[in-house]
Design a protein around this ligand. Structure first.
Ligand SMILES: NC(=O)c1ccc[n+]([C@@H]2O[C@H](COP(=O)([O-])OP(=O)(O)OC[C@H]3O[C@@H](n4cnc5c(N)ncnc54)[C@H](O)[C@@H]3O)[C@@H](O)[C@H]2O)c1
Length: 255
């Protein structure tokens, strides 16, 4: 991965959903750069060696405002500011067509993907006012485009772009930039498991699904976790100092 960001131990980053997938890759990336890394998640793997031993792990549900407030108070007692806030925790529901929507599940997706993200933003942004910083949400290509059978997720990720546009205006005067990345399908364990479930473990169907995902991109492949991390790191860095309120696609050119 490239070394695009000029950061050091004065760089303090809080990552939600840091236990797996994209969040986990971000934790590793910033740990390797010797940033102070707070990884927040519902649960954490047990590894306690190497990079893992340096990460400050916090177990918390992003939808619990009181618990999140206590976490942010604890962080503010340990460090003077947060430089980079990566609002990444999220869930993807099982597929359902409109007639069979489970309203309880719909509400849960909005609660975690939208309200959890907003609670994180509300509570952590004050810790960024001095010296300013960068907030990056993990949106999705579903922040700008629909897909069948997944209305709650599409609604939640569209909402995230709305929050980004509004928060960028609110926080800009404090020197805080707010952006989102919009990954296309990324072969994290979570996505691979979902595809396998939808294909009822039919290996041919799994291959066909990934082939279809590749075939609808300009580059004829799906983007990697590393490419998402690079885009986020760009938005975290001074290289993007003039960019705020934006959604940056990382999808190999979904057509
Ligand atoms: N993988 C993809 O194809 C893809 C594509 C576009 C966007 N995204 C987005 O990227 C983000 C990460 O996805 P991923 O594929 O790495 O998934 P993942 O399931 O591997 O990671 C999500 C993490 O969020 C945590 N989490 C979920 N609910 C939480 C809660 N209430 N409080 C705290 N932590 C919670 C989970 O425990 C998990 O560790 C999500 O916002 C997802 O919508 C993923």
């Amino acid at each position: 991965m490239t070394n695009s960001t000029l950061i050091n131990e004065n760089h303090i980053v809080l990552i939600t959903g840091g236990n797996s997938g994209i969040g986990r890759a971000l934790v590793e990336f910033y740990s390797e750069k010797k940033s102070i890394v707070y990884s927040l998640d519902l649960h954490h793997h047990d590894q306690d060696e190497g990079i893992d031993s340096q990460v400050r792990k916090i177990t918390c549900d992003v939808t619990d405002e009181d618990a999140m407030s206590a976490v942010i108070n604890e962080i503010s007692a340990q460090v003077p500011y947060i430089s980079t806030l990566l609002v990444n925790a999220g869930i993807v529901p099982n597929w359902s067509d409109t007639a069979n929507l489970d309203i309880t599940l719909f509400e849960k997706v909005l609660r975690i993907n939208v309200l959890g993200a907003v609670i994180t933003l509300k509570l952590a942004a004050p810790l960024m006012k001095r010296p300013g910083g960068s907030i990056i949400f993990t949106g999705s290509l579903n922040s700008w485009k629909g897909d069948p059978n997944i209305a709650s997720y599409v609604a939640s990720k569209h909402a995230i772009f709305g929050v980004v546009k509004s928060a960028a205006l609110d926080l800009g005067r404090d020197g805080i930039r707010v952006n989102a990345v919009a990954p296309g399908p990324i072969a994290t364990q979570a996505l691979t498991d979902r595809v396998a479930k939808r294909c009822a473990d039919d290996l041919t169907a799994i291959d066909q699904t990934f082939e279809k995902l590749r075939s609808v991109t300009a580059l004829q492949r799906i983007a990697t976790v590393g490419e998402v991390v690079s885009a986020i790191d760009f938005l975290a860095s001074e290289n993007s100092s003039g960019i705020t309120g934006q959604l940056i696609n990382v999808d190999c050119g979904v057509l």
